[in-house]
Design a protein around this ligand. Structure first.
Ligand SMILES: Nc1ncnc2c1ncn2[C@@H]1O[C@H](COP(=O)(O)OP(=O)(O)OP(=O)(O)O)[C@@H](O)[C@H]1O
Length: 236
């Protein structure tokens, strides 16, 4: 069995004096889609932020491609192939769609235009708005732009935080399809989703977080069938 692409053990982090992750163990194998579900405030976003390096950790280790990330600053993690599409989109409203996409490839020195065309193939609506200010896009289009920007870095590991938040069902389906397409291309994905059923349906495995800890983990099929998950997160 090869080493996981991402391996987290005993991870602890705090906001000021308040500890919010209390020893997280999690792994993601190369080529997998792994979904992280949990109630608001469980710590999912904080965990993603620790992996991308914007949130410092207090204890534990994060290993990526077999090496510890502790001494790798956040901007250098992109260069290693880790891309993060954060919760709340965080696009630059005054910049054009194209300029936002170009920022996703800032650490690359090669030609970005084939990747930009690729994003436009995945999300055709963005092509029609490529020269417009991103602040004028609808919520769903901004979400596509945030994912597109992350793809521009040619990630090996893509961290998607709430990619379907606030989207109409038809757009949710489109986002899920793009996630599956990316996996077929060899991208490994860790996805945080409130829409737990949809996210588990396309995932290989999942983790359930509760108040800063992993409460359950397993194959996506087993989690979907688990009465505790069904009751708490799948509305059953
Ligand atoms: N910048 C911050 N400063 C202080 N506390 C924070 C900060 N961000 C998050 N928290 C707290 O850390 C805990 C975990 O929050 P986090 O956003 O990681 O959870 P989450 O599972 O992603 O929830 P949500 O789906 O609501 O984003 C919560 O108690 C939250 O109030």
């Amino acid at each position: 069995m090869p080493d996981p692409l991402l391996e987290i053990s005993g991870l602890v982090t705090s906001y000021g004096p308040i500890e919010v992750l209390h020893g997280i163990d999690l792994f993601v194998n190369e080529g997998e889609i792994v979904t992280l579900v949990g109630a608001n405030g469980a710590g999912k976003t904080t965990l993603m932020r620790c992996i991308s390096g914007v949130q410092p950790t207090k204890a534990g280790t994060i290993r990526y491609a077999g090496a510890p990330l502790a001494r790798v600053p956040d901007h250098a993690r992109a260069g290693l192939g880790i891309a993060h599409s954060p919760e709340g989109r965080q696009i630059f409203g005054d910049l054009s769609v194209e300029e936002n996409l170009a920022l996703g490839g800032y650490h690359r020195t090669d030609d970005l235009s084939p990747d930009m065309e690729d994003v436009f193939t995945l999300f055709p609506i963005l092509k029609t708005k490529r020269h417009l200010a991103a602040g004028g896009l609808s919520g769903g289009q901004q979400q596509m732009l945030a994912i597109g920007r992350a793809i521009m870095g040619r990630p090996k590991l893509l961290l998607l935080d709430e990619p379907s938040m606030g989207l109409a069902p038809v757009l949710v389906d489109q986002i899920l399809e793009v996630i599956s397409t990316l996996r077929k291309r060899g991208v490994t994905l860790l996805v945080v989703e409130q829409n737990a059923y949809a996210a588990l349906s396309i995932a290989d495995r999942g983790y359930v977080m509760e108040t800063g800890k992993i409460a359950l983990s397993g194959s996506a099929g087993n989690l979907i069938a688990d009465p505790r998950v069904r009751e708490a997160y799948l509305g059953a």
